[in-house]
Design a protein around this ligand. Structure first.
Ligand SMILES: Cc1ncc(COP(=O)(O)O)c(C=O)c1O
Length: 378
């Protein structure tokens, strides 16, 4: 069986997790700190805050900048629901901007027409790993005094122009996921990077029930060494020490993981770029895509399902990333209607994510390619 994505766990990962499990700390111990420091260094950001998944990273990022009822936030429909749900968690209203058909990324030229007096933030998603046009998004955000929160869950190890994704050169925060299909894994896990000391302090408190143990931040007089204060309504979004031990060890192999993913992507691109039945995602010259996903677009959308089933019959389990977010019944109930983002809808009808992960063997890559080719020969 070949899945569209899969973790890569080696003996050193097992050793590090075992060691952490046998230590004095199962959660909120030294490995969390170490992982955060290493991650900040890797992404060239000042601060990193580890949380229990990418969804909570996005939720905390929205909370930290004060998204609340009545606020509008610019979102993309071509993403996992979590990129948009975080706005709803805070009482905000997602405002969808259509995508560019050639790559599935938010169309930055259509952002400004959706900005109103209520707009507070933009959440661009680096879909498949390909970075959005961050310099243009930053320019728009600056002009309208908006916050930028990058959903970088697909893009760890990527670059935009000469900056690393996560460096927050063009944003206030960037959010990552360590779900098993992502570039590195901690089982479940996530991270927020930022260059703002203020946001960093806020995020740390929000991650832990809104509690601070730092005497400098106390509102009331301390009663003694045990004293702490709950100052905001926060959450338990903490991550465990043994997950961070795994994350730290995985992070050391990030470059290898990205190199392997890019090699597979290159092979698929060479195979399909001139195929009359398939379109591939257009890459940009100034972006290094670490390829969380590899998407093919079936030119004749009527046979997408048939191809998907043909692959499944051959034990190749693909996926479709994504159903436009506002097509989901929950969003429909909120009043979003089909037809809202035409490019995203057309895009959705053609796409299939084919297998890509570091341990995907050459024979398996060839099987994926040959099974697709064989389908179109029929
Ligand atoms: C673009 C995007 N954002 C957010 C998330 C949420 O991450 P997690 O599953 O770690 O909560 C995902 C997860 O797949 C994602 O793909």
């Amino acid at each position: 069986m070949i899945n569209y994505g899969k973790q890569s766990i080696d003996r050193t990962d097992l050793k590090k997790v075992k060691f952490a499990l046998k230590s004095d700390f199962l959660t909120s111990g030294p490995k969390v700190n170490e992982f955060e420091k290493a991650f900040a260094k890797k992404t060239s950001s000042k601060y990193a805050i580890a949380v229990c998944n990418g969804t909570t990273a996005l939720h905390l990022a929205c909370l930290a900048v004060g998204i609340k009822e009545g606020d509008e936030v610019i979102a993309t429909p071509m993403t996992f629901a979590a990129s948009v749900n975080c706005i709803l968690y805070c009482g905000g209203k997602p405002v969808f901007v259509d995508i560019k058909e050639e790559n599935g990324l938010i169309d930055e030229t259509k952002i400004e027409e959706k900005i109103t007096k209520k707009t507070k933030a933009i959440i661009p998603v680096h879909y498949t790993g390909l970075s959005c046009n961050l310099s243009e998004i930053k320019r728009i955000a600056k002009r309208h005094k908006l916050i930028v929160i990058e959903d970088a869950c697909h893009a760890l190890g990527g670059r935009y122009k000469n900056s690393k994704i996560g460096s927050c050169k063009y944003s206030d925060m960037a959010c990552f996921s360590f779900h098993p299909v992502k570039h590195i894994t901690t089982g479940e896990g996530g991270m927020i990077t930022t260059n703002s000391r203020e946001l960093y302090e806020k995020l740390k408190i929000l991650r832990n029930h809104g509690i601070t143990k730092n005497p400098k931040q106390f509102v009331n007089k301390s009663d003694g060494p045990w004293y702490h204060e709950m100052q905001e309504l926060g959450y338990n979004y903490r991550i465990t020490d043994f997950q961070c031990a795994l994350g730290l060890n995985q992070l050391k192999r990030l470059e290898t993981f990205v190199r392997k993913r890019r090699k597979i992507a290159d092979k698929y691109t060479k195979t399909f770029e001139d195929d009359k039945n398939i379109e591939i995602i257009k890459q940009s010259k100034d972006v290094l895509n670490p390829h969380h996903l590899y998407i093919i677009k079936v030119k004749d959308k009527k046979i997408r399902l048939e191809l998907f089933n043909h692959l499944k019959k051959n034990n190749i389990f693909c996926q479709v990333h994504y159903i436009p977010v506002y097509w989901h019944p929950y969003y429909k109930k909120l009043g979003y209607k089909k037809g809202l983002c035409k490019q995203a809808e057309t895009f959705y009808e053609k796409i299939i994510s084919i297998p890509i992960y570091p341990d995907l063997k050459k024979t398996e890559q060839n099987k994926v390619i040959n099974t697709i080719k064989q389908f179109f020969k029929k």
